[in-house]
Ligand binder design. Structure first.
Ligand code: ADP
Ligand code: MG
Length: 423
């Protein structure tokens, strides 16, 4: 049973090795490094087989070295390299008749494999697995015959059986795994492509809708203004509508650009109070329009790190929603404080609130309950910015009562930088 056990151990080592190589290959984006890693896998497998080979009879060592040699040649096409490695390793075990025989065999095998390599790659998945098994079985047979011929004949029935079956089994398992892995990689690439195409078509739909429409309106008004002379009042009205439309288009473009590049461009210290005030200033006209009272409860001097303009944009989108949720007035509270290393920012409104279902969809692109007025991009952008700044968001909302956004960031005030706060 020793031989079977050893060969089975060879088998499991090759599979484990395949598993780990695959994990590393998955992370590679360059085709070149993938092929390099694949080649290395087969070379390493050959070495492993040599290290864990078993002496079946005096001077006769059994292992699965021909399996990675055959599979490697079939899948990567580097049969001479792999044959070279195999022969070299065999050389370390002594140059004798056995060495020359196996060198001869591997060279012939290398020629044969390079010859069928391109035919092999055109086969179907199942055919490739079948050919791998068959070739391994034939090589095992020739090997064991040759060994018997050079040394004394193998009289171990177990050696015969396990040396024919286990390599074929290993070959089948490995080539089946390689095929499955390739298949799933292909599927993933197709999915990624489909995703990209979908994103582009959404984008073009959004641009035609959100940007072209306002532009058409503005163009119309400008033409009207150019063609006739209107009373001053009417002119002012046209101009106001045109500016509003342009602002909307600008907002959509801003959101798209921020979302397309969520990585922070500049990382600097952000003074939370200062930036929040800036955000509230921008939104002040909207708050007045809706009759919303803004309450600020700041804990002074809190700092976090990130991109200032993105931080502003994220909170403009978030607080704007709060204001829009209170068309008939209400109260919007912005509160900041820290607990240890964490800066908390709370934005609370007393608006229409959201149902569970609405909360679950929040941040989904194009999800809006505002009909023509909404873009459904605001929260998606806010979430992507907070994520890029390594922040966490928690949302509580009750229909008819209001909504609270609770955001946590890491503090970067000097006294927190090294070790514990010295309060
Ligand atoms: P938009 O504001 O263009 O609709 P957003 O992504 O900013 O898109 O918001 C998506 C949806 O989430 C809104 O249409 C609204 O239904 C809901 N929402 C977001 N914030 C609030 C809030 N503070 N109160 C109530 N509903 C909200
Ligand atoms: Mg919004």
């Amino acid at each position: 049973m020793e031989i079977t056990k050893h060969l089975l151990m060879n088998l499991s080592l090759l599979l484990v090795l395949l598993f780990f190589t695959q994990l590393i290959i998955e992370r590679q984006t360059k085709e070149k490094s993938r092929t390099m890693l694949q080649k290395s896998y087969f070379i390493l497998s050959i070495l492993t087989c040599f290290i864990f080979s078993i002496e079946a009879q005096e001077g006769i060592r059994f292992d699965l070295r021909h399996v990675p040699m055959i599979l490697g040649s079939l899948y990567t096409g580097h049969s001479f390299l792999l044959a070279g490695v195999t022969i070299l390793m065999r050389g370390f075990m002594g140059i004798n008749d056995g060495f020359w025989t196996s060198a001869g065999l591997y060279i012939i095998l290398a020629f044969l494999l390079i010859w069928i390599h391109s035919w092999f790659s055109r086969l179907s998945l199942n055919q490739r697995v079948g050919v791998s098994i068959l070739l391994t079985l034939m090589t095992s047979f020739v090997l064991i015959e040759l060994i018997g011929f050079v040394n004394e004949p193998i009289n171990h029935p177990e050696a015969w059986i396990s040396f024919l079956i286990i390599p074929a089994l290993t070959s089948g398992l490995i080539s089946y795994s390689i095929e499955t892995i390739r298949q799933s990689l292909l599927i993933r690439q197709k999915l990624a492509k489909a995703d990209k195409i979908e994103a582009v078509s959404h984008l073009s739909a959004a641009i035609s809708h959100e940007v072209r429409n306002p532009l058409t309106t503005v163009k119309g008004f400008l033409q009207l203004l150019g063609e006739q002379s209107y009373p001053e009042e009417k002119k002012q009205e046209f101009i106001q509508i045109a500016v509003q439309e342009l602002e909307r288009a600008e907002e959509v473009i801003n959101d798209y650009l921020t979302f397309a590049r969520p990585a922070l461009e500049k990382v600097e210290d952000i003074d939370v109070e200062k930036e929040m005030n800036q955000v509230l200033n921008v939104l002040n006209p909207l708050a007045n329009l809706n009759g919303v009272k803004i309450k600020r409860k700041y804990s002074p001097g809190l700092k976090i790190s990130g991109d200032r303009s993105k931080f502003q944009q994220g909170f403009i989108n978030l607080i704007k929603n709060g204001l829009e949720a209170m068309p008939d007035g209400g109260e919007l509270t912005v509160q900041t404080f820290n607990t240890g290393h964490v800066v908390h920012i709370l934005v609370r409104d007393t608006g229409i609130g959201m149902t569970e279902e609405q909360m679950a969809r929040l941040g989904e692109p194009y999800y809006t309950t505002k009909g023509q007025q909404g873009t459904g991009l605001g929260m998606m952008v806010t979430f992507s910015i907070i994520r890029a700044m390594k922040g966490k968001v928690e949302i509580k909302s009750q229909p008819g009562k209001g909504t609270t956004f609770h955001i946590r960031f890491n503090i970067t005030n000097d006294r927190y930088k090294n070790g514990n706060p010295s309060e």
